[in-house]
Write a protein that binds this ligand. Sequence first.
Ligand SMILES: Nc1ncnc2c1ncn2[C@@H]1O[C@H](COP(=O)(O)OP(=O)(O)OP(=O)(O)O)[C@@H](O)[C@H]1O
Length: 263
Amino acid sequence: MRPFVELTGVSHTYATGGTLAVDGLDIRVNEGEFAAVVGPSGCGKSTLMKLATGLQFPQSGAVVVDGQEVRDPVKIAGMAFQAPTLLPWRTTLENLMLPLEIVEPHRSRLRRHKAEYVAKAEALLESVGLKGAGSKFPWQLSGGMQQRASLCRALIHEPKLLMLDEPFGALDAFTREELWCVIRDLHARMAGTLTVILVTHDLREAVFLADRIFCMSARPGKIIAEKEVTFPRPRDLEITYTSEFSDIVHDLRGRIAEARTAA
Ligand SMILES: Nc1ncnc2c1ncn2[C@@H]1O[C@H](COP(=O)(O)OP(=O)(O)OP(=O)(O)O)[C@@H](O)[C@H]1O
């Protein structure tokens, strides 16, 4: 497998406040892989996401995505965050269409091929259990439904890289587990062509979804452990109740506890 996202010896200090957020960060995620990043609060997980998508640029080290050094915002990436950030004055369908109005080649095609794109958006909504919700405004949807819609928006322009920053953090445990399965199925459907990086505080979520888990030190963040998760796919929620699963969660919890006290 070829590396798809590579950060090598990356250090980054924010100009505002002069905070050294990550220092000597090395991470390599292969094409098609589902990676998760866990670590103590404030260790630089979101910074890693911003660096990998060209929203911030490091003072030292290299960031390479899909074989190209990152010098601008990465157009092949889709992103979803803890807050669904849907525009309240647009319907759900219109919210989904937003990246198409910005990202080429869709931007130039959108007007002439509108029906094709609408059909695609509707198919995506159906795939996450939101059939028929396209005409509703975000405020007419539950939090879980909004988060599903926001996932669809992140995927509408067929990104090769999906970046998820605590996307389920604000949801109740049942809805969260339901959405784990939605993401699992989306990733499986795009077999080998969609690389995912998920930042999460939820260690069960990381172990259930990921092929590889990176554990970060306290700030300034660097990778202190890398763990492969070899449970066969497709994974069922039942595996979360097995002792093998709990062992991995406990191991990660121990590493993060150590990283916090070492800070
Ligand atoms: N835009 C910014 N300007 C200045 N400092 C920032 C900015 N974004 C993050 N920081 C600082 O960089 C450090 C790392 O923040 P980051 O958001 O990457 O951590 P995190 O691991 O995602 O945190 P959490 O787990 O709490 O979400 C923090 O000390 C934070 O205050």
